[in-house]
Design a binder for this molecule. Structure first.
Ligand code: 5AD
Ligand code: SF4
Length: 481
């Protein structure tokens, strides 16, 4: 029986079996339920999607928003929303802890407002222990789905409206990529574009391959078509997204390389800037370095996670490169693209990491001189090979190393950042500054932010800005007419 909307009868229409038609059918159906709820409440029905984690998740959330808006939900702040969705991350344990904390806070609100719905999706839901825990201790959650079937969101919403039970749909893996579903871009002028899903690398600390499944690349034609449509719609910058973009195209029926894909995307008229992430050093080819060196549109920024500077630890991490190979790669990239900005991810406290290993990491940081680095304390993820490794490093030792690393990274980053002072750079105006409404915040090709006096009408445009003062990790500048 339909407990939430008893006045709506189930129809006997035939449901399309192929996608995305099936989901468009469910979007129409969900609309009727949301409309009925709107009438009952006497006001619009609202939603809020909160994203945890990486840019892949952020892009997935845009797809969720697109579907919700087509169904007739209106976006609102979480405090007011009738439908709250958490798109979760599980790369480190604290990401899980945060979600449980937020859920605990939602419980009394949901009890007071039984029409409310709570949806959970994303990487954390791919872990069977998580779903078990939710089933046992968080019965008030309405919909749970994973990373492989977000395209089914409308169908799951309808299922929930038509039942009085928690709807759970988690797929272990998939080889499907469903194209042409709605999505709602956060920015009018820039967008993430998925080029591949999943990861086959199995770095020994990482849970991603278990929760995002095997690597699969999108058809290049679908990627180009999507970007062309975005450009027609005002997008000037794209961020190509994948866990390991450098291995793009290997699984396609007609294999192609990431460098070849970049060349095709470069041809798209009206597209001004191309970014991509993440790159795995082991797969970064000379062909790609050459394309980056020759390109007019690829931004001068490369995120190249090193994870550790110790070849011994890198081996235990299953990264499949040594410290020397990494440093050599950096040299080759800098030779081809001299003014490139390099950023990285570093883990401290991987099992068995000694002070000597840690010094190797500091050495890489000093040699490469990153523009910025994301530093992480190793987090034990159940089911990964590293979780079973002996000699986990004591917490106080890790914390001490983490502090020393952060200090080194920040000192170098401030020095590296300041070298552009006095130059004029092309900047994409992105938003009105958070701190001063007469200022615009823009992003340079190398990903650094600059604040300058300007009108809101500049947003979405590429403008020239003279960098007058470096403020550590960002600049103050003046618009050059
Ligand atoms: N512990 C700490 N950091 C991790 N990362 C991935 N798995 C773990 C883990 N178990 C970091 C890596 C990766 C980034 C996205 O998250 O540095 O590049
Ligand atoms: Fe995780 Fe390694 Fe895959 Fe990155 S490349 S998602 S760190 S397994």
């Amino acid at each position: 029986m339909n407990m939430m909307n008893p006045d709506i009868s189930l129809s006997n229409e035939t449901v399309p079996v192929s996608e995305p038609e099936r989901q468009y059918y469910y979007i129409e159906k969900a609309k009727t339920y949301v409309e009925a709820l709107r009438e009952r409440l006497g006001r619009p029905v609202t939603f809020c999607v909160t994203t945890f984690g990486c840019q892949m998740n952020a892009r997935d959330s845009e797809k969720l928003r697109g579907i919700l808006e087509q169904i007739g939900y209106i976006e609102a702040e979480e405090e007011e929303a009738d439908f709250i969705i958490y798109n979760t991350c599980t790369v480190r344990e604290n990401a899980n802890t945060r979600v449980y904390g937020r859920l605990g806070q939602l419980k009394p609100r949901k009890q007071k407002n039984p029409h409310m719905m709570i949806g959970l999706c994303g990487c954390m839901m791919q872990e069977p222990e998580v779903v078990e825990k939710l089933k046992k201790s968080y019965r008030f959650v309405d919909i749970i789905f994973g990373t492989h079937n977000i395209f089914k969101f409308a169908e799951l919403i309808v299922n929930r409206f038509e039942s009085d039970r928690m709807v759970i749909d988690i797929w272990k893996d998939t080889d499907q990529i469903i194209e042409d579903l709605p999505n709602d871009r956060k920015y009018a002028f820039k967008s993430g574009v998925n080029i591949m899903f999943g990861c086959n690398n199995f770095c020994s600390y990482c849970i991603v391959p278990y929760v995002r499944g095997r690597e699969r690349s999108r058809d290049p034609k679908a990627i180009v078509r999507e970007i062309q449509k975005m450009v027609a719609d005002g997008v000037v910058e794209v961020m190509l997204l994948g866990q390991n973009v450098n291995s793009y195209g290997k699984t396609l029926e007609q294999p192609m390389t990431f460098a070849q894909l970049l060349k095709e995307i470069e041809q798209i008229e009206g597209l001004e800037r191309i970014r991509f992430m993440t790159s795995h050093p082991k797969d970064l080819s000379d062909e790609l370095i050459q394309v980056m060196g020759e390109s007019k549109k690829i931004c001068k920024h490369l995120h190249l996670p090193v994870q550790s500077g110790s070849s011994r630890i890198l081996k235990k991490m299953n990264r499949r490169y040594t410290k020397e190979q990494y440093l050599d790669l950096v040299e080759r990239i800098r030779a081809a693209v001299p003014d490139i900005s390099l950023t990285t991810d570093i883990i401290v406290g991987f099992p068995g990491e000694t002070e000597e290993d840690f010094q190797e990491t500091l050495d890489v940081v000093r040699k490469v001189r990153y523009d910025s680095a994301f530093t992480f304390i190793y987090s034990k993820r159940t089911g990964t090979p590293a979780a079973a490794m002996e000699d986990q490093v004591p917490e106080d030792v890790v914390k001490d190393r983490f502090d020393r690393l952060l200090k080194e990274v920040q000192t170098i980053a401030a020095e590296v950042c300041s070298v552009h002072e006095g130059t004029t750079q092309t900047v994409l105006a992105e938003s009105v500054s958070d701190h001063d409404s007469t200022m615009i915040t823009g992003r340079m090709s190398n990903n650094l932010l600059v604040h300058f006096k300007g009108e809101e009408t500049l947003i979405g445009k590429l403008v020239n800005v003279h960098l007058t003062e470096c403020k550590g990790f960002y600049y103050l500048g003046e618009l050059v007419e």
